[in-house]
Design a protein around this ligand. Sequence first.
Ligand code: FAD
Length: 486
Amino acid sequence: MLLRDTSPSIAIIGAGLSGLCMAIKLKENGFSNFTLYEKAEDVGGTWRENTYPGVACDVPSHLYSFSFEPKADWSRVFSPGGEIQEYIQALTDKHGLRPHIRFGAKLTHAEWQDGGWSLGFADGNNARADYFISGMGGLHIPRYPDIPGAEQYKGTAFHTAKWNHEHDLTGKRVAVIGTAASAIQLIPEIVDKVARLDVYQRTPNWIMPRPFMEYSSRMKRLFTRLPLLEKLHRLQIYLMFEMRFPLFRHSRFFASHATKMFTKHLEKQVKSESLRKKMMPDYPIGCKRILASDSFFPAITREHVELITDGIERITETGITSKTGEHREVDTIIYATGFKPWDQMEDITIKGRGGLDMQDYLKDGIRAHRTVAMPGFPNHFMLLGPNSGLGHNSVIIMIEAQVRYILDLMKAARAHGSKTVEARDEAADAYDRQLQTDLEGTVWAGHCKSWYQGEDGRIYTLWPWGTRRYMREMKRANLAEYSLTD
Ligand SMILES: Cc1cc2nc3c(=O)[nH]c(=O)nc-3n(C[C@H](O)[C@H](O)[C@H](O)COP(=O)(O)OP(=O)(O)OC[C@H]3O[C@@H](n4cnc5c(N)ncnc54)[C@H](O)[C@@H]3O)c2cc1C
């Protein structure tokens, strides 16, 4: 007799760290009927897309890897992007996930119909699933600044996330627009190659020291032989990063300590007072992402490098004109201008119960109940969705907590014989109100403009507290906040 597989069908969108973590844990918990839909041709998400010179994680690798999938032989404290990508590919193979993945499948449409999700893809294919879990990530739609004339430029131009590996920068006159996370990794890597480098800075960043630290072969052997030692090392890093959190809630002690550290770092590496002045932030530390580099400031002090802070008036066929009217000809323009969080949702239509459009639901603010669910969208969950980003620690902690929480809900539905689980309106409203109140006490709610905030000023990206609180709150799902129906 053939036994019918009664486990619910689950569609996970995106094969980055979030989607893969969900898949691994579903499998471990006996939910074997799942498919990962990935628009690209490989796993990895962020770490597949970003291949610019110097790309690396700014969270130490032993913490920027799953707690259940440690890697004893990380080469450096802050490993390069390629090594993280290899880690992701290896864990995909180890957990036998490839047969579950459909590559080249870009979700364009999802609709709750007849007690399940109908999914439509750009290649014309369709699918049905009981659960629809989004691991689409927030940082992979490149943001290009709105600069007049950009389309007229006749040289080579590209974004750090779309690195042009065919284009040799040797001996070229290059402009880098932006001085944030990607730029400070990239600039020291290309500075020796180029003939001239113009760096366009809109806002200076708080940049902390970050020594280049490699793990010795002995250390890697010890981590391999003594897994507990690796775990303790991970815990040590976690506590060090977590300890910084009070800085984001206006701790004077931490702010003054961090400011002194930054000033010392800047003074040690940049002798020119006028250059130091240009690179001194005038907004509270932590308000934008705190960066770390030991090689960015020295690169900026090089003779053939110019830091331009006058603002860009326009881009011409041959170069860039700054607001002072000065025109600098360049062969290459590199946009290190970051990403548009949440914008991947713009070209996807998601319709919940009764045809409720997610864009309409989000008009009153980008939000999610417990950061993962939305009333009106049954059996739909998000990973690293609204308010689950961090300014001070590894998002892997958040992904693992969300996956545990979603599984807890799915297991509860299975135990109750319920086919649908949906966040209740009242619970979601109360949660959102509390979250917004909690965010008021953070530095991100200050006056500086950052990608943490939407156009409406609402902070929809970050969690307002430390990660221990998040893990505590997400340990078990409170079923009173959800309606479970047959
Ligand atoms: C340059 C860079 C450096 C970073 N450094 C750090 C760091 O140091 N520390 C840190 O904590 N975080 C860092 N981040 C944030 C990083 O994005 C997260 O840590 C993490 O990789 C997010 O994983 P994810 O799976 O949620 O999303 P992603 O890695 O973005 O993966 C999402 C996947 O979904 C796929 N997808 C999207 N839309 C669709 C669709 N419609 N249909 C099908 N598939 C789709 C994408 O192709 C992608 O593969 C960095 C981000 C960038 C861009």
